[in-house]
Design a protein around this ligand. Structure first.
Ligand code: HEC
Ligand code: HEC
Ligand code: HEC
Length: 131
């Protein structure tokens, strides 16, 4: 039989270790100040797919979900729980609004020492314009 108590303790320790860099940086007084993120400015770009709180915590899960639906099911339209529709595209949708990737995605990731490898394949449109 499984010992559910040990499993739960194991999961808690795993989560604590796994998220350590994040909460250490957010709570430690010695950490560098939170970077100044640049947000979309157009009136029709004022609302993210979900709330900022949700996005902050779960954008990686949302992107994984989008990838799975696009690649496995071939569907490209995502409907939020509020009924809003978005094309499931990191380049067109996320970077369509967050067009300043360097001062949004990258700033936050650099600060938290996260380094998504997605851009080996996916396009950052601002880089195309600069070339
Ligand atoms: C080795 C190349 C490669 C890497 C690395 C990669 N992807 Fe993809 N991804 C693809 C391909 C190919 C598709 C399918 C493209 C299509 O059908 O539009 C895709 C599709 C997607 C889609 C849905 C369609 C789109 O254009 O956005 C999402 C979302 C996505 N990937 C997220 C990610 C994320 C997040 C990462 C990093 C954690 C990542 N991918 C890393 C190759 C890659
Ligand atoms: C229609 C425009 C739009 C789209 C599309 C969009 N965002 Fe956003 N996003 C925003 C705005 C505006 C905010 C700030 C919202 C706020 O403060 O209430 C935001 C907030 C966020 C945040 C939280 C930032 C913080 O302050 O901590 C993250 C992370 C994020 N977006 C990632 C993404 C990702 C990843 C995608 C694609 C899956 C995406 N966004 C698609 C407009 C957009
Ligand atoms: C407010 C800070 C913040 C912003 C802004 C932000 N991210 Fe992140 N992102 C994170 C954190 C923190 C993680 C790591 C979470 C973890 O390790 O569990 C992460 C992880 C990811 C991952 C998964 C990486 C991996 O290797 O598993 C992807 C993909 C990603 N972010 C894409 C984006 C994109 C695209 C944008 C801009 C549209 C963006 N993020 C903006 C904080 C942010």
């Amino acid at each position: 039989m499984y010992d559910s108590g040990k499993i739960i303790i194991g999961i808690i320790i795993f989560i604590a270790l796994f998220t350590f860099p994040t909460w250490y940086l957010f709570t430690s007084g010695e950490a560098a100040p939170m970077p100044d993120l640049v947000y979309p400015e157009n009136e029709d770009q004022k609302e993210c797919v979900y709330s900022a709180e949700y996005m902050r915590a779960s954008h990686m899960d949302l992107l994984n979900e989008w990838r799975d639906i696009v690649v496995r099911e071939g569907k490209r339209t995502f409907t939020t729980t509020a009924g809003k529709k978005f094309e499931m595209s990191m380049t067109n949708t996320c970077l369509g609004c967050h067009s300043n990737k360097a001062q949004f995605c990258d700033q936050c990731h650099n600060y938290l020492e996260v380094n998504p490898y997605c851009w080996d394949c996916h396009v950052d449109p601002s880089q195309l314009e600069n070339q």
